[in-house]
Design a protein around this ligand. Structure first.
Ligand SMILES: Cc1ncc(CO)c(N)n1
Ligand SMILES: Cc1ncsc1CCO
Length: 219
């Protein structure tokens, strides 16, 4: 089995099944998700994508071949572009501004997820860093394609779905999977990769759940 296939089998598939039946995700296409939950999500995702971009820059910096350096550096720049373009369009449709993003700040799950990604990408090996960032690509591609099949009555949700369900994003994810499968990973490093992959998959579920429940700081 490929390395990515192993990671998915151990830490991804079970969580992914929970994600596609989560009420936030089913609500995007059956018309039951209220805009307040989606507002929470987009505001938190604006914070997330800034940290994600910096995490991808760290992955680029430690990549061992120049194609991978170039690829992750490009994705780091694209994550900022998505944050600016998709999010400013979605924020506008939802009646929000970037000032609201700053005023709201980063909620508990967002903070925890960003901190974990940053820590692994700064202090782990190259393979560990790739394993930590991989679920962000992979789960969004698969969720995007699934939601595209289901189709949404809401034009705001459709704009988001079409970004991640697109052939362009699929090509991005396929290139990261190819890099993952070409990694030279030692035995103990492999176990740490499994842990990071499983953890960030769980954070992906938690990120949607936090928006659904509008999780906030307790004090
Ligand atoms: C939380 C989260 N994970 C993954 C992606 C896709 O990169 C995103 N935009 N937000
Ligand atoms: C993974 C990812 N998510 C939003 S942008 C981006 C980088 C690839 O274009």
């Amino acid at each position: 089995m490929t390395f990515s296939g192993e990671l998915w089998a151990r830490g991804g598939a079970g969580v992914y099944d929970e994600i596609v039946r989560h009420p936030f995700i089913t609500g995007l296409t059956d018309g039951t998700l209220d805009h307040d939950a989606f507002r929470y999500f987009i505001v938190q995702d604006s914070h997330y994508l800034r940290a994600y971009s910096r995490a991808l820059s760290l992955v680029a910096a430690r990549a061992t071949d120049e194609d991978a350096v170039s690829m992750f550096a490009l994705h780091a720049a694209n994550a900022i572009a998505v944050e600016r373009e998709l999010h400013s369009s979605l924020l506008g449709s939802l009646g929000l501004t970037t000032a609201d993003v700053e005023a709201t700040g980063s909620k508990p799950t967002t903070t925890a997820y960003m901190s974990y990604l940053t820590a692994v990408c700064a202090t782990g090996t190259y393979a560990e860093a790739v394993a930590a960032v991989l679920p962000c690509y992979w789960i969004y591609r698969d969720v995007g394609r699934e939601l595209l099949k289901r189709s949404s009555p809401d034009p705001v949700y459709r704009e988001w779905i079409e970004t991640y369900g697109s052939d362009e994003f699929d090509a991005v994810v396929e290139s990261v999977l190819a890099v993952t499968d070409a990694l030279d990973v030692g035995a103990s490093e492999r176990e740490r990769c499994h842990q990071h992959f499983a953890t960030t998959c769980r954070y992906e579920w938690m990120f949607w759940d936090a928006a659904y429940t509008k999780l906030d700081w307790p004090v």
